[in-house]
Design a protein around this ligand. Structure first.
Ligand SMILES: Cc1cc2nc3c(=O)[nH]c(=O)nc-3n(C[C@H](O)[C@H](O)[C@H](O)COP(=O)(O)OP(=O)(O)OC[C@H]3O[C@@H](n4cnc5c(N)ncnc54)[C@H](O)[C@@H]3O)c2cc1C
Length: 298
C-alpha cells in the first residue's frame, strides 16, 4: 500500500534580526535584506512527515512557494529525509497575502497529483497568521485537523491524530485525503550525513542554468543531458511557475491579495520609570485601578 504525503514549508526572515530596510515601499517584505531561516514549526511538520514515511512506507514530497533561493529549505528537507522537492517560484507570486498564498499552494498540490495527507506548520514566524493551512484545506475541499501533535494511525480511509487543545488534547478521526497543521510537539531530527552528501548536488533548473552560465558554458544540449542525469539520480528539484501550475494570474501575488501590510517594525520593550507598590490591599487595588485606567488591563 503506497502513501504520498506533501509537506509545505516556508523560508522565513529571521524575525529575531529585523533591520531598518525590512520593508519595501510597496508594503512587501524585503526578503533579500533579512537572513532567511526554515520556519520552526515547519520543521515539526517535516519531522511528522518523515515519521509517517518510515511507519507507512510513504513517499514524502516537500514544497515551498518563494524566491529562487528558497530552494535552500528544500535541500534542507531532503537532507532530513524528504524524497522529492518542488519549488513554486515566479515574480507573479510576490507580495502574496494568505489568500493568494493558499491559492497558489492549492494549484501546486493539484500539480503534484494524488496524495493522502498534506502537512503544514501551525504558523509562520513572519506573517504569524496561521491562516494558510486552513485556507489551503478549504481551497482543496479537504477535511482538516489543526494543532496536531502526533498521528496514531493512518489508513487509505482515515487518519487518527492527537491534537492540542487548551488544557489538554483530543483524539480526532478524519477521512483522508486530509490536511493537518502541526505544532511543536516533536523533536525534529538533524540532517543525515549520507543525505547531505547525496542531496547537496540537488538543484533547480535556474540553479543548473546559473551554474552553466557562471562556468561560461551554455550548451543547450548539455543542459538537457545534465537535467536528465539529475532526474535519474533523484537530484532534480522541480521548479514550477504560475503557468506550470495553471494559476489564475488575478488570484496570485500582490494582485490577488486584498491584505496589504502597511508597515512592520520591531517592538523593543525597554524599562521606563518604575514605581514602588505597597504590598497591601490598598496598594494592590490602586495598582489595578491604574492599570485599568491606562487600558493595560480590561
Ligand atoms: C508582518 C506581516 C504581517 C502580515 N499580515 C498578514 C495578514 O494579516 N493577512 C494576510 O493575509 N497576510 C499577511 N501577511 C502576508 C503573509 O505573511 C503571507 O501571505 C504569507 O505567505 C503567508 O502567511 P503567514 O506568513 O502568516 O503564514 P501562516 O499562515 O502562519 O503559515 C502556516 C503554514 O502554511 C505554510 N506556508 C505558509 N506560507 C508558505 C509558503 N510561501 N510556501 C509553503 N508553505 C507555506 C507553512 O506550512 C506554514 O507553517 C503578513 C506578512 C508579514 C510579514
Amino acid at each position: 500500500m503506497s502513501y504520498t504525503i506533501i509537506v509545505f514549508v516556508k523560508q522565513v526572515p529571521d524575525t529575531q534580526n529585523i533591520t531598518g530596510d525590512a520593508m519595501k515601499p510597496d508594503g512587501t517584505v524585503n526578503r533579500a535584506a533579512l537572513p532567511a531561516i526554515f520556519n520552526p514549526e515547519d520543521l515539526n511538520a517535516l519531522e511528522l512527515g518523515i515519521q509517517l514515511k518510515e511507519r507507512y512506507n510513504a513517499k514524502l514530497v516537500v514544497g515551498t512557494m518563494g524566491p529562487p533561493n528558497a530552494s535552500e529549505v528544500l535541500r534542507e528537507s531532503l537532507y532530513r529525509g524528504a524524497d522529492e522537492a518542488v519549488l513554486l517560484t515566479d515574480r507573479a507570486f510576490a507580495g502574496a497575502d494568505t489568500l493568494a498564498t493558499s491559492y497558489a499552494l492549492s494549484c501546486c498540490a493539484n500539480k503534484i497529483g494524488k496524495f493522502d495527507l498534506i502537512l503544514c506548520g501551525r504558523q509562520a514566524i513572519d506573517g504569524d497568521t496561521a491562516q494558510v493551512g486552513p485556507q489551503l484545506a478549504e481551497k482543496l475541499g479537504l477535511p482538516q485537523i489543526s494543532y496536531v501533535e502526533e498521528v496514531e494511525e493512518l489508513t487509505k480511509k482515515k487518519v487518527r491524530a492527537k491534537r492540542a487543545i487548551e488544557g489538554g488534547y483530543e483524539i480526532v478521526d478524519c477521512p483522508v485525503p486530509a490536511l493537518m497543521t502541526v505544532v511543536a510537539a516533536n523533536v525534529p531530527r538533524p540532517a543525515n550525513a549520507k543525505n547531505i552528501m547525496k542531496f547537496k548536488k540537488a538543484m533547480t533548473r535556474s540553479e543548473l542554468h546559473k551554474a552553466h552560465s557562471d562556468a561560461d558554458y551554455t550548451d543547450a544540449e548539455a543542459l538537457v543531458v545534465e537535467e536528465a542525469a539529475l532526474k535519474e539520480k533523484g537530484l532534480w528539484i522541480q521548479e514550477l511557475t504560475a503557468e506550470d501550475v495553471g494559476a489564475d494570474i488575478e488570484r496570485i501575488g500582490l494582485k490577488g491579495s486584498p491584505t496589504k501590510v502597511k508597515k512592520i517594525q520591531s517592538v523593543v520593550l525597554t524599562g521606563a520609570d518604575f514605581k514602588n507598590i505597597d504590598p497591601t490591599e490598598v496598594g494592590v487595588n490602586s495598582l489595578i485601578h491604574e492599570l485599568i485606567e491606562d487600558h493595560t488591563l480590561g
